[in-house]
Design a protein around this ligand. Structure first.
Ligand SMILES: Cc1ncc(COP(=O)(O)O)c(C=O)c1O
Length: 321
């Protein structure tokens, strides 16, 4: 059975380089609180506003359109058909092996909990898949199951990555526009600040390294520490999506080198409190031409700050798994 078949068999969802980032990030947060906060918040000061933020978050337009189209489709008589183009729902059939394994599992009538980060077997296969798909042989060390977390779809993976990156209303999530609408909605729910880098047809919807640096530094401020002004950067996370939804933009190797060099330089220039780079690559595997990922050009420093988000929804066709 090929790697991707066993991947199916074990019903995965999404992967990320959690272990690396966790260590680095918590360290960074500690340093930040030592430098930045004169007053440590008391428990009573902390107001969790998730419920009101969720209530205030407007429904995504794409979700409204998808819901209304689904209602329309289901209300039609069976002899009439509508081609539903409101959402990019893949119509690939799932592999026979995946089907067989799911049926086998359901026939046991037992669906117990797995380990919190996902079952070890699944995470091992995910790591093999990432190493093979991204030709990780050139890196040392390559990925193993410790670098993998299985989530309930990429949506949850993105939420988790943003949740450990956003800590205060000053914390900025930077991404290119047009963008998948959920980044903004999740940032709002988590109480961070959503900021964007506009792209257009002239730059084929791909930012340059200089665009990233410029927009990153727009969110830099100075803070007094022991009578000195310390440069603080408010960007906590940069979300980059290639192949992109909705623009379809893809990277070539020159662009990937330029962007990764710029991100590396920013990490060196702003080590405190640091930032994460979230690569949303859920469309990996459904492109007709060869595929370039920022991961392949990332320095070890940058790689340690990266999350890679993959999904079984698109190229593997198991949208509702
Ligand atoms: C760019 C992007 N990221 C993430 C997702 C969500 O993927 P999943 O179905 O695995 O939650 C989508 C779904 O359309 C998407 O377009």
């Amino acid at each position: 059975m090929s790697d991707s078949h066993s991947l199916y068999k074990l019903s995965l969802a999404a992967v990320g380089t959690f272990a690396f980032l966790f260590a680095r990030y918590f360290n960074a947060k500690n340093v930040q609180s030592k430098i930045g906060n004169d007053k440590t918040p008391e428990i009573g000061d902390i107001r969790v506003k998730i419920a009101s933020r969720v209530a205030a978050a407007s429904d995504l337009l794409i979700k409204k359109i998808a819901r209304e189209t689904a209602q329309l489709v289901s209300s039609l008589p069976s002899d009439r058909k509508i081609v539903n183009m409101s959402q990019g729902v893949p119509c690939l059939p799932i592999f026979d092996q995946a089907y067989d394994e799911m049926v086998k599992l359901l026939n046991t009538k037992l669906l117990p909990y797995s380990d919190v980060p996902g079952s070890t077997d699944v995470r091992k296969v995910c790591a093999q898949f990432v190493n093979k798909m991204y030709s990780i042989g050139q890196f040392s060390p390559s990925f193993d199951e410790e670098n993998i977390t299985v989530t309930s779809g990429a949506i949850q993976a993105i939420y988790c990555c943003l949740a450990i990156s956003i800590d205060s209303p000053n914390d900025v999530v930077l991404t290119t526009l047009p963008a998948y609408g959920l980044y903004k909605q999740q940032t709002n729910i988590l109480g961070g600040k959503f900021c964007s880098i506009t792209t257009n047809e002239d730059n084929k919807f791909v930012p340059t390294g200089a665009d990233l640096k410029h927009n990153f530094e727009l969110h830099t401020r100075y803070q007094e520490h022991n009578g000195r002004l310390v440069k603080m950067c408010d960007v906590r996370s940069i979300v980059l999506c290639f192949p992109n939804n909705p623009t379809g933009a893809m990277l070539n190797s020159e662009q990937a080198k330029d962007i990764t060099q710029s991100l590396h330089d920013l990490l060196v220039a702003y080590p405190t409190p640091g930032f994460s780079v979230i690569l949303d690559e859920v469309y990996l595997g459904i492109t007709s031409s060869s595929y370039v990922s920022l991961l392949q050009y990332a320095s070890p420093l940058l790689r340690n700050s990266m999350f890679i988000i993959l999904s079984a929804s698109k190229g593997l066709g198991t949208t509702s798994l």
